[in-house]
Design a protein around this ligand. Structure first.
Ligand SMILES: [Cu+2]
Length: 369
């Protein structure tokens, strides 16, 4: 057997190309955004306002996708032994749930890239993901109500993609239009309301694009900040997977239509915060921004052994309810849950629709002395 090191990057690229080309749903996706779409939204319609490289903005938690704390801790499994070198070379990383700090600037420039790339979501599962900036979920964005967000999406994939920000009020036919491979779209918006909002690819079939990993969270602060807290962001999503091909599992559109997921996760990795819990300090206010990417099922958010002092249903600090045990976050929705960590211990947070908790929508917060 040749050394995996000597051939890794070429094998990964080759495997990506082969896999993406072989995935049958690609043909359907291209057809769904076919010649008429190209004609309507072709090169002439694209913005030329594209930055040279995608640098993380200060209010964008680039590290939400690159926490490497578990890179060396993931054991090899029997499922991996049969995978190709390319699939086995794809490293696992835990997603950092920390909300990035708010910038002092009132203008936030974001430049995302749409990429189709394999991602290891558990020790023995690599998925053929469609992503923003190469991971599931995309970067966590943090802005303030009324700020200006200047956004550009560059499509580095092989099929059309687009971006739909739920924090925006804008003509979707223009701003959220699909862009062809190699092209870009730009638009600006000012979030009218504070809250925890979803963003996602809206290219048809939306179920396939959203269900294959093209989503993330934008957190919008009110003009007067909420009380200081440990701010965490959890984006729930479902995985519907087909049989692995070369060690990489494709997303299965028919399974998505069937709405029974194989895995459910917070921040793209099933049960990652059980494997490596989140630590908070006794007495700390813990604020959890829960965004549900779905694509189909709700998230009955609950913390075992705790009660939520406040749940902001939307537009915080308004719409607050108190003394809550569990609350459903709809697919396509986002809410803010607060609890005070008064007693040391291990507190499991879970989607209390327990079939989905069991499939990975679960984690642990440890309250330290
Ligand atoms: Cu897409």
């Amino acid at each position: 057997m040749p050394s995996s090191r000597g051939r890794s990057s070429m094998s990964i690229d080759a495997a990506r190309r082969r896999f993406l080309l072989e995935a049958p749903v690609l043909a359907a996706a291209v057809a769904a955004c076919g010649p008429s779409e190209v004609a309507k939204h072709g090169a002439g319609a694209e913005s030329t306002r594209v930055a040279q490289t995608a640098q993380p903005h200060p209010s964008q938690n680039a590290d939400s996708r690159t926490d490497t704390s578990l890179h060396h801790a993931m054991p090899a499994t029997s499922a991996q032994s049969g995978a190709t070198t390319a699939a086995s070379a794809i490293a696992y990383h835990r997603s950092d749930p920390t909300l990035p700090p708010l910038s002092r600037e009132r203008l936030t420039r974001l430049h995302f890239t749409a990429k189709e790339t394999p991602i290891r979501v558990t020790g023995d599962t690599v998925v053929a993901a469609w992503t923003f900036d190469g991971d599931i979920p995309g970067p966590i964005v943090h802005v303030r109500q009324g700020d200006t967000v200047e956004f550009t999406l560059t499509n580095e994939g092989q099929i059309p993609h687009s971006m739909d920000f739920h924090a925006a009020q804008i003509d979707p036919k223009t701003a959220f239009r699909s862009v062809m491979p190699g092209q870009s779209v730009s638009y600006s918006f000012k979030p009218k309301y504070a809250g925890a909002f979803l963003y996602h690819c809206g290219t048809a079939p939306v179920l396939m694009h959203l269900g294959s990993g093209m989503f993330g969270a934008i957190i919008v602060d009110p003009p007067t900040p909420l009380p200081r807290a440990k701010d965490l962001v959890f984006v729930q999503s479902e995985f519907y997977l087909g049989p692995p091909n070369g060690g990489i599992a494709p997303f299965d559109y028919n399974k998505m239509l069937g709405t029974l997921p194989d895995l459910v996760a917070f921040n793209g990795r099933p049960a990652q915060y059980q494997a490596e819990p989140i630590h908070v300090t006794r007495g700390e206010l813990v604020r959890m921004h829960i965004v549900n990417a779905g694509p189909t099922n709700p998230c009955a958010f609950h913390v075992v052994g705790e009660q939520f002092d406040t749940v902001y249903l939307g537009a915080p600090p308004g719409n607050a309810i108190h003394g809550v045990q569990t609350y459903n976050v709809a697919p396509g929705g986002g809410m803010i849950f607060e609890m005070r960590a008064e007693l040391p211990g291990e507190y499991v947070f879970v989607n209390h629709a327990f079939g989905h908790g069991q499939k990975g929508a679960i984690g642990t917060i440890i309250v330290d002395e």
